[in-house]
Design a protein around this ligand. Structure first.
Ligand code: NAP
Length: 302
């Protein structure tokens, strides 16, 4: 969570970035980022996040490398706590992101970054002309499979049931695609390979039979969980736990949200950064309007 970045710092808003123990978020787990402008040769995710931090600090943003433990948005200035340490802010920008769900297999963890990924647009290109597996049956999995089919020699979608959860139109596209096979009623038992993915071992949930799908990569697309537990009861969240926004405005005036915590559709580094910029501009304007309104009331009462 943060009151944010180089935009707020350059606007002289005295921003404090409470970046949490997981600072940098999903990009800290990403190896090469090749789809972010300004880095024509690509950049490692952690290096990119360090660059972002350096830039924010250059303009005076202060960072706190701890997790927020409680917030109170019921009155202004808003309260934000890190254990017993209390911070007060006229405006808050929530950018706590989302976490990709994983299957929870030891082999999946061992091969993460070596063929196991949760982001086709980030990593698909590295396995060009090779067979790839996508796990999941929702819109994310369908989208990943369709995207990867443009570059893979073959895509196998592994789904645990006999019917896709994805919207009808996405499901139809997947099923009609001549480069995509669906392995129905199958769950991943193990990702095979050392030091990189060579195959995905699946178990047929009806027969119990094990089989290996030769593959250079396994993309896990079984959903994301937004990091919003902290804000339950404080601002409006949707059924999936994402922050409900109008632009970047949340249900509480003066609290804004940016990035994956409020975005179920795009979830890219560049779109998250862009919405961070939007939230900062919105926060700055809102602070100006609020200050102007308070001044007008003060003048009226004199
Ligand atoms: P989702 O709709 O929750 O689908 C998750 C899929 O993963 C389901 O098919 C589920 O299987 C499967 N799954 C979950 N846990 C699993 C596990 N442990 N092992 C194996 N399979 C597992 O998530 P999503 O696809 O990320 O979509 C989230 C939301 O974003 C949806 O509302 C979706 O419509 C939206 N979205 C929209 C677009 C678009 O419009 N272009 C793109 C992406 C996402 P079951 O079906 O058996 O539950």
């Amino acid at each position: 969570m943060c009151i944010r970045d180089s935009y707020t710092a350059r606007a002289n808003l005295d921003p404090l970035v409470i970046e949490g123990f997981g600072a940098g978020g999903q990009l800290m787990l990403t190896t090469d980022v090749e789809n972010y402008p300004v880095f024509p040769e690509g950049i490692q995710g952690p290096e990119m996040m360090q660059t972002f931090r350096d830039q924010a600090e250059r303009f005076g943003a202060t960072t706190v490398a701890e997790d927020v433990t409680r917030v109170d948005f019921s009155e202004r200035p808003f309260g934000v706590w890190v254990d017993d340490e209390e911070y007060r802010a006229q405006s808050v920008i929530i950018a706590t992101g989302a976490t990709a769900r994983w299957l929870g297999l030891p082999s999946e963890e061992r091969l993460r970054g070596f063929g196991v990924s949760s982001c086709a647009t980030c990593d698909g290109f590295f396995f060009k002309d090779k067979p790839m597996v996508v796990v999941g049956g929702g819109d994310s999995a369908a989208e990943e499979a369709l995207f990867l089919a443009r570059m893979a020699s073959r895509v196998t979608l592994v789904h645990r049931r006999d019917e896709l959860r994805a919207s009808k139109i996405m499901a139809e596209r997947v099923l009609a695609h001549d480069k995509i096979d669906v392995r129905w009623n199958a769950v991943v038992e193990e990702v095979v390979g050392d030091p990189a993915v060579e195959a995905v071992r699946v178990r047929d949930v009806e027969t119990g039979e094990l089989s290996d799908i030769p593959s250079a990569a396994m993309f896990v697309a079984i959903g994301h969980d937004p990091t919003t537990g902290l804000f339950e009861g404080q601002i409006e969240l949707d059924d999936e736990g994402y922050v409900v926004t109008d632009g970047t405005r949340t249900s509480v005036e003066g609290v804004f949200a940016a990035g994956d915590v409020q975005d179920v559709v795009y979830r890219q580094a560049i779109t998250a950064a862009g919405s961070g910029c939007m939230a900062t501009i919105d926060a700055e304007r809102w602070l100006e309007e609020t200050a102007a309104a308070a001044e007008a009331v003060g003048a009226h009462n004199e």
